[in-house]
Design a protein around this ligand. Sequence first.
Ligand SMILES: [Zn+2]
Length: 340
Amino acid sequence: MSTDGADAFTYDGGRVLPGETKRFRFPVSESYLGDPVRIPVTIINGPDPGPTAFLSAASHGDELNGIEVVREVAQEWDHDEVAGTIICLPVLNVQGFTTQQRYLPIYERDLNRAFPGKQDSTSSNRIAYRIYSNFVKPADFGLDFHTSTRGRSNMFHVRADMDDDGAARLARAFGTSLIMSGEGSEGMLRTEATADGIPTITLEMGEAHRFERELIDHALEGVRSVFAEYGIYPQETVRWPGWRTVIESSGEKTWLRADAGGIVEMQFERGDLVHEGETICRITNPFKTDETVVEAPFTGLLAGVLENPVVYPGNPLCHFIKIGDEQERIVEEQSGTRHR
Ligand SMILES: [Zn+2]
């Protein structure tokens, strides 16, 4: 097939030759009417040989920021000098996307707990299998884009198993300041792919139901940096975010939870540094006659915050993490200019 050492990329029903880009809709399931449920796919097989990367988004159907990241890489970037193959999967959970729901509508299944999937099993397992066997298995590494669950917002960060050398290399290359290390859960795309020898990281960025342009641009820089690291874009350079903290799964971090039901007045935004003893938020009753003050238990960073300002007792208010003294100093210096 190839004249220059690069190989054709093949999937169930087609192939993409070196130097060729293909856009198509790929069937992963069927509707009650028997119509195909198809995911949009763009495969860019570069003119030069190199690694194969997959980029995926919206395995949770209402998490939109990543969709735009993957679409811009697929449709707006120049592919004339790509060395390798880029598999772009902007909407994995088509049924969830169509109804703007996190889960697959069938029994509210989480597609991101169904990987690598199974051919003769449940509906979600079959969908996962079609995606995984065709577009994840042939890749050398992958980036899976997510946002916070609706009603909350995440600071831009990477989640990766930093004990896996391949995932750690990928996480660092993406160039975020914050990396949360951990294996993840059974059935998660990044967990299962990494265990299968395809290092994969999750990018957490912002809120569900939104396009947040600043975060999308930041993520596109990250993709460019990863492509530089792996030689897909050999002319680019790997970026350094200015500071970096890797939070181990045993590290000091906590979900601060509400001890009272009420209306939340948040005093900070995602990505803010809060000093020990400062008020993060107040929970008030409808008359503002009663308030519960939530203070920072240590000096740390708000990695995730509540956006929908109402809570029951026990609901999460914010994801609060401890960073090092040196990182604290840089965060304070960069306040106002950094990516949240
Ligand atoms: Zn998600």
